[in-house]
Ligand binder design. Structure first.
Ligand code: ZN
Length: 443
């Protein structure tokens, strides 16, 4: 009998591999940080910890391809995007200290782990604080500092980004990964894009940004430079497979050709785009061109949660509504976006995003025993597990979360975390931050 550290058995195994393997009753065994065995029926494996996954779907952990570690939730609602950004977000951003970010990161990472997200990419301030929290919580994190050239002081700089990369590249390899992060073309210089892109390439990492979120932004860039941001980035040599861009809502055929040719990846943020009335990203057209698209929640300021199940549901339904075609963005495609395609966006598809022997043990158990997820059909029936994950499930249905072979959520509870104490800490930090930011708010 093989010995493993963790054995998950009697579960519905949804591997999210190339052939979309679904085992109605199977097991996954984990040793160290890797999946060492998986299959059908009763395993010939012993383990220190056995988890009975009866009535649960066992699937890869979810990958959130765009978020910001902020604890400001519900404080700036129902505003135009530029007002939202200038009146609220920038004053808050400019007030942030590493302590604020520590509290934000603890809150967001707790929320993500409890909701089945095992990997995220953050683009925000004081990246070292986010990285230290991730090192401690055990979640897999890709961290891109958010460089803002204009207004100065509202974000990170190229120098602080480079220092962060130098410090963290290799400190917690494969689990806390530093990237370059450029906020957007309207707040940063093209040279910053070029410098970050080249530095990312040289370090074998990526660069994250926001592109083509609003029509006004595109108009402004066209007026000033006579082209779209995609054309400009291609022209200066800052467009490649290393680039992950959030939003990409206002793109035309030429832009999508550039995206496809360069291998640029896209983070689709349907809730944020709806809430800020930014528009609908033409995801079905992007997928038809072979562009890699992941799913992101964006921040608590524009969503207002990091529930990737909700994002899957909203994302699928928005594409159906926008295209007038109920077949658009089917459930299987959207679950792939939230898992293996998200991993591809981060260059991590060989390690995470699907359940396969040899891959990292980043996996979750989703409890299908709750009435809103009845009935479950597998085997000879019309399989409905994937549909349930997209159209019926929520973050609250996650029972277990494992990252890098460590159980971080066990029976719906964060392991080694006193949530009451964390609540007090975050609450006090948020009150303190908001009172400091308030002084900078003009309206
Ligand atoms: Zn964003």
């Amino acid at each position: 009998m093989t010995q493993a550290d963790i054995l998950i058995k009697n579960g519905i195994i949804l591997a999210m591999d190339e052939s979309m393997t679904l085992i109605p009753c199977g097991y996954v065994a984990v040793s160290g940080d890797r999946i060492v065995a998986m299959g059908e029926g009763e395993p010939d494996v012993g383990a220190r910890r056995v988890i009975d996954a009866r009535r649960c779907v066992v699937m890869p952990g979810l990958v959130n391809t765009h978020t910001h570690m902020t604890m400001m939730r519900g404080v700036c609602e129902d505003k135009l995007l530029m007002d939202w950004l200038e009146q609220i977000c920038f004053p808050i951003d400019a007030s942030l200290t590493p302590d604020d970010i520590r509290a934000s990161a603890l809150m967001c990472q707790a929320e993500m782990l409890l909701g089945g997200t095992t990997t995220f990419i953050d683009i925000y301030r004081h990246p070292g604080a986010v990285a230290e929290v991730a090192e401690k919580t055990g979640i897999r994190a890709v961290i891109a500092p958010q460089i803002i050239d204009h207004p100065a002081g509202a974000g990170e700089t190229y120098a602080s980004n480079k220092a962060f990369v130098d410090e963290w590249l290799g400190r917690c390899p494969g689990r806390v990964i530093p990237w370059y992060g450029v906020h957007a073309p309207y707040s940063c210089d093209w040279q910053t894009y070029k410098d970050c892109h080249d530095a990312a390439l040289a370090s074998g990492i990526g660069i994250h940004t926001h592109l083509a979120e609003t029509e006004a932004e595109i108009d402004q860039i066209r007026e000033e430079f006579g082209c779209s941001p995609f054309e400009k980035l291609a022209e200066i040599g800052a467009m490649s497979g290393r680039m992950l861009a959030a939003h990409c809502v206002h793109v035309d055929d030429r832009d999508m050709d550039i995206m496809a040719e360069s291998g640029m990846k896209v983070a689709y943020n349907p809730s944020s785009n709806m809430k800020l009335a930014s528009g609908v990203a033409p995801i079905t057209k992007m997928l038809a061109r072979g562009i890699v698209v992941g799913l992101g929640t964006d921040s608590n300021l524009s969503n207002n949660n990091v529930d990737m199940f909700e994002e899957m549901r909203v994302g699928a339904m928005l594409q159906k509504l926008a295209t007038g075609d109920a077949r658009a963005l089917p459930a299987e495609t959207v679950v792939r976006m939230a898992t293996i395609e998200g991993a591809r966006c981060l260059g991590l598809e060989k390690e995470i995003g699907s359940l396969e022997v040899g891959k990292k043990a980043d996996l979750i158990l989703v409890d299908m025993g709750k009435p809103h997820l009845w009935p479950t059909f597998t085997g000879g029936m019309q399989e409905n597990v994937v549909a349930h994950l997209v159209y019926s499930a929520s973050a609250a249905d996650v029972r277990t979360t494992i990252v890098d072979g460590r159980i971080l959520v066990d029976d719906e509870q964060l392991v080694d975390c006193d949530l009451n104490a964390l609540f007090e800490y975050v609450q006090n930090a948020a009150v303190d931050l908001y009172s400091r930011a308030k002084r900078r708010m003009t309206k």
